[in-house]
Design a protein around this ligand. Structure first.
Ligand SMILES: CC(C)(COP(=O)(O)OP(=O)(O)OC[C@H]1O[C@@H](n2cnc3c(N)ncnc32)[C@H](O)[C@@H]1OP(=O)(O)O)[C@@H](O)C(=O)NCCC(=O)NCCS
Length: 206
């Protein structure tokens, strides 16, 4: 049995020096979607994500990222934003993606992103949990749940009454966690590639 984290968990805003860890957690939380979107013969997806984080590139930026740490060691990361800001964060990715990937892979990235199945990830009256990841050795110890509670508190601090997220159809563990925390499936997008199908989930905050 995995024991809870003994030291106190501190949740703090991410800093530029967290870029490598944030990239690890983004890559972990995106699963094979990251390899699909960031396909580039020259550099692996993880390297490209790290470059995007370093550039603070829109929804990959450390400015919308929070780190859970214990004894100064980062253990998990959360990327969140107001649903109303998602479009501008997506737009801010565009110039950076050309610099980081080069012309042809960047165009492929943008096309694949545009053609992803489904509609908006979050509505304007929702707070959006874009990414959540806990390092493998620290999973199952309550850190993900604490980061989710933190996200909900932030939503309430900006007067939003709903939190939203999407979870890949393949990701049964994360789905179970979100259901336990009170998130309900509001939409299911099926796709022959299981890494592209997802549930959109929403929680009404009290
Ligand atoms: C999903 C994730 C963020 C949960 O964080 P966590 O710190 O392990 O979560 P907690 O300890 O607070 O809660 C554990 C719950 O998560 C689920 N879970 C997910 N992965 C788990 C793991 N490796 N070990 C144990 N539980 C896991 C379990 O369903 C468990 O729920 P239960 O207590 O009702 O059984 C984390 O496991 C993770 O980073 N997974 C890989 C990336 C990912 O899938 N991110 C979400 C994308 S939508």
């Amino acid at each position: 049995m995995i024991s809870p984290v003994s030291s106190e968990i501190l949740i703090r805003p991410a800093r530029p020096e967290d870029a490598a860890f944030v990239a690890d957690m983004l890559y972990l939380s995106m699963g094979k979607l990251a390899d699909y979107l960031f396909e580039n013969a020259k550099q692996p997806a993880h390297t490209l994500i790290k470059k995007m984080v370093t550039r603070n590139a829109g929804r990959f930026g450390f400015e919308i990222t929070f780190i859970a740490e214990a004894d100064g060691e980062p253990l998990g990361a959360l990327v969140v934003c107001e649903g109303a800001k998602l479009d501008s964060l997506n737009l801010a990715v565009v110039p950076n993606i050309f610099s980081v990937m080069g012309l042809v892979p960047a165009l492929r990235f943008l096309w694949r992103g545009y053609a992803l199945p489904g509609g908006r990830e979050a509505e304007k009256d929702e707070y959006y949990i874009s990414n959540l990841g806990v390092s493998a050795a620290s999973q199952g110890r309550g850190i993900g749940s604490q980061l989710m509670t933190f996200a909900e508190e932030r939503a309430q601090s900006v007067s939003l009454k709903k939190c939203a997220l999407v979870v890949g159809l393949y990701n049964k563990n994360a789905l179970r966690l979100y259901q336990r925390l009170g998130y309900q499936i509001v939409e299911t997008i099926s796709h022959p590639n299981e890494y592209l199908g997802y549930h959109r989930m929403v929680k009404q905050l009290s």
